[in-house]
Each structure stands twice: as C-alpha cells, then as structure tokens.
Design a protein around this ligand. Structure first.
Ligand code: V47
Length: 359
C-alpha cells in the first residue's frame, strides 16, 4: 500500500475526518480487504460486534407515478394495465396480515400519483396508526413529501406535521438518488431537487423525526458524484444529527430506461459500503439492503463496515420490478442465522434503533 493509503489509515485511526480527495482516492484502492478492514475497525468502535435487523413489512400504496425516473421500473402510467392504487382498507389489511410475524415497523413508500390528494396519505397513515398503535410507521420518501407540498399548497413543514400528527414516526431514505442536479435533470427531472431533498430531511429532523438516507449508485454517476453525495449528507448530519443510517443502493437495470447499463459487481458493492462507513464518520449505521445486494453479499459486507441488514420486508416491489433475483422477503430466523454465522451478534431493533431482543 502506498503513502496515500497510510495517511488515510492514520486519519481514520486517529478519528480524523476524511476529505473529498481521500474519498475519491479510496475508490481507486484495489486491495479491498484492507479497505474493508479499515471500515470494519470504524464499525467495531461504533457498534462493537452487534449487527442489527428489524422485523418489518413494506407497503407500496400505488405504482402510478408522474415522475417516471429513468432508473425506475416500478412507476407506471395511469392507464397501464399494471397500474394499481390501494384503498385505505387494503393497506390496513396488509398490515394486519403481517401481525403474526410480530412486525414492529410498516415501511410505506409509494409513487407520485398524479390524482390522489394529500389527504389520502394522511388518511392511510392515521388508519394504520389507529389499527396498530404499537407499530412504527416509517413512510414517505423526501421526494414524496416535497410532492405532497407541491400538490397541497402546504409547506414541507406543514405536510410533515400533518403526517406526524396522523402517526408517522420517521422517514425512509429513498429518493436521494445522486444529489447532483445536473444528473437529476438527466435521470429524474420531474421530482425534488437535491436542495429540496435535503431540506425535507432537515425539516423532519427539526420536527423531531429521525430519517434514513440512501444513494442510488452504479448508473451514470461519477466517483466524484458519489463522494460529493456522501459529503452533503455528512454536512446535513453535522447540522441536525437526525440521520440514523445510510443505505447505498446498487442500480438494478432491468426493465428501466437505462437497461443498457451493467449491474455493479460484488467488489464494487463492498467498496461502496466500506467507503460509506469511512466517509460518514458522524452517521451511526451503515445498512446493507439484502434485497438489492443479495443475501450473500450482504452477509459478507458485515466484514466491510456494515452493521445493519434491514428487515424481513415481506413484499418488495421496487427492486423486483427492476430484476432483483432475491426473495421478496426473508424470515427473522434466517436473518439471525446469517448474522450469527458471520461471527456477529444478531440484535433485533425497532425502527429508531431501540433494542428489542438479542439472540
Ligand atoms: O427511492 C429505484 C431506488 C429506492 C431502482 O430507508 C432503485 O431504510 C435500484 O429507498 N435499482 C427505494 N434501486 C428503496 C429505499 C429503501 C430501501 C430499504 C430501506 C430503506 C430505508 C430505503 O430504491 C428509491 C430509489 O432510490 N430505486 N429504482 C432500481 N432500478
């Protein structure tokens, strides 16, 4: 390893912050085991040998979307034969069906439906909260929140407050894609800008809600874009402290308008996770979303700085529309087995990282 590596290693070991050039350099490192080892050191300092998971169910209320991003295979037009919208009762029914699994979270993410009013989302949130008062509702990406503000004429703060009053507990990390507006204009021109996305998270934090964050990588972005994205999240976290996790999402090309792009390799995915752990020194958790990474890579990633494998999910539509070959859900016992088999302690958490049980 060269001098540059040694100076970065020294910075990390002394708890010093890595800068943009360090981040860019790390992507050129070929020795992924050394990279992983450094990220793992950071993970061990933060969360020891604990690895978190939760028992959740995803609900996607509609796939009808006015945005139609180039990387997305989930969104459909109003007249598409595969278009669907759930009514409030159906969402509650899906939640009820998952109760025997002892879920502690409903993860509610949808699309930018051109006709549904904001009140529909408030009604769904309230109905879920009233039906299952002990289950945490994590819902609505920052992109959806910005859209609700646009269609309702309410401010982002008012939208968030109304959803919070109805029972919303926290925001998921989706919709971040790459926080670079030139790139957003090319891939997702009809939805929230970088500043709007960051501002929704900032406002949620100010209202006392914690949020997750993501990055969609492995499409047309550059390495510099990825590092800038991580630094923007790190700066927001310095300001508010409300980000609880970061989840890098590898682009799945099938059935999208960018289907010519080849899926990232396992090595690229492990590098992305390690570098996220090293750059985001102020974020507690780096999550490997097993649905997108595959269970095997997600398990190996525990040696590369990851401390969270997300949840049981039950039904996943967004990545599966884009060709994911993983199961739509996974059993809690399987998550425990994967973590234990990798030599870590499986810890069931709730959405905001309170510990529910150790196994
Ligand atoms: O916002 C869309 C991404 C996100 C594709 O907060 C795609 O805990 C890959 O954000 N290939 C939704 N990714 C998923 C998401 C998420 C998942 C798990 C946990 C959490 C959390 C958040 O998926 C979208 C978009 O960024 N996406 N299309 C695709 N073809």
């Amino acid at each position: 390893m060269d001098k540059r590596w040694l100076s970065i290693k020294e910075k990390v070991e002394n708890g010093e912050r890595l800068n943009k050039d360090d981040g860019i350099y790390l992507f050129s490192v070929k020795d992924i085991l050394s990279l992983g080892e450094l990220a793992r050191q950071v993970k061990l300092k933060k969360t020891g040998r604990d690895v978190y998971f939760n028992v959740n169910r995803h609900i996607n209320l509609t796939n009808v979307c006015a945005s139609r991003c180039k990387f997305c295979a989930f969104g459909k037009g109003l007249d598409d034969p595969e278009a669907y919208v759930m009514d409030v009762e159906e969402a509650v029914r899906l939640g009820r069906e998952a109760l025997p699994l002892n879920i502690t979270e409903l993860h509610v993410v949808s699309a930018l439906h051109p006709e549904l009013p904001f009140q529909y989302y408030v009604d769904v949130t309230r109905a879920l909260h009233e039906a299952f008062p002990d289950i945490h509702i994590q819902g609505f990406t920052a992109v959806e929140i910005q859209y609700f503000s646009d269609i309702s004429g309410l401010s982002v703060r008012e939208v968030l407050q109304a959803l919070k009053d109805a029972g919303l507990g926290s925001l998921p990390g989706g919709g971040a894609e790459i926080l670079n507006d030139d790139l957003r204009r090319l891939t997702c021109p009809r939805k929230a800008t970088s500043q709007q996305w960051l501002n929704v998270h900032r406002t949620a934090h100010q209202l006392g809600m914690r949020t997750n964050t993501t990055m969609l990588y492995g499409h047309i972005e550059t390495i510099e874009d990825r590092v800038n994205h991580l630094i923007k999240l790190r700066e927001l976290q310095d300001e508010t402290g409300g980000i609880q996790s970061f989840i890098p999402l590898p682009f799945h090309p099938q059935n999208t308008a960018m289907s010519h792009i080849v899926r990232t390799t396992a090595v690229e995915d492990l590098k992305m996770l390690s570098i996220s752990r090293l750059m985001l020194d102020n974020v507690d958790h780096v999550k490997a979303f097993w649905i997108m990474l595959g269970v095997q890579v997600a398990q190996v990633s525990l040696e590369f700085g990851v401390d969270d494998l997300d949840g049981t999910v039950v039904e996943e539509k967004i990545t599966h529309a884009a060709g994911a070959s993983t199961e739509p859900g996974i059993g809690k016992s399987e998550l425990i087995r994967i973590i234990r088999n990798a030599g870590y302690n499986p810890v069931e958490r709730d959405t905001v990282y309170n510990i529910i049980a150790r196994y």
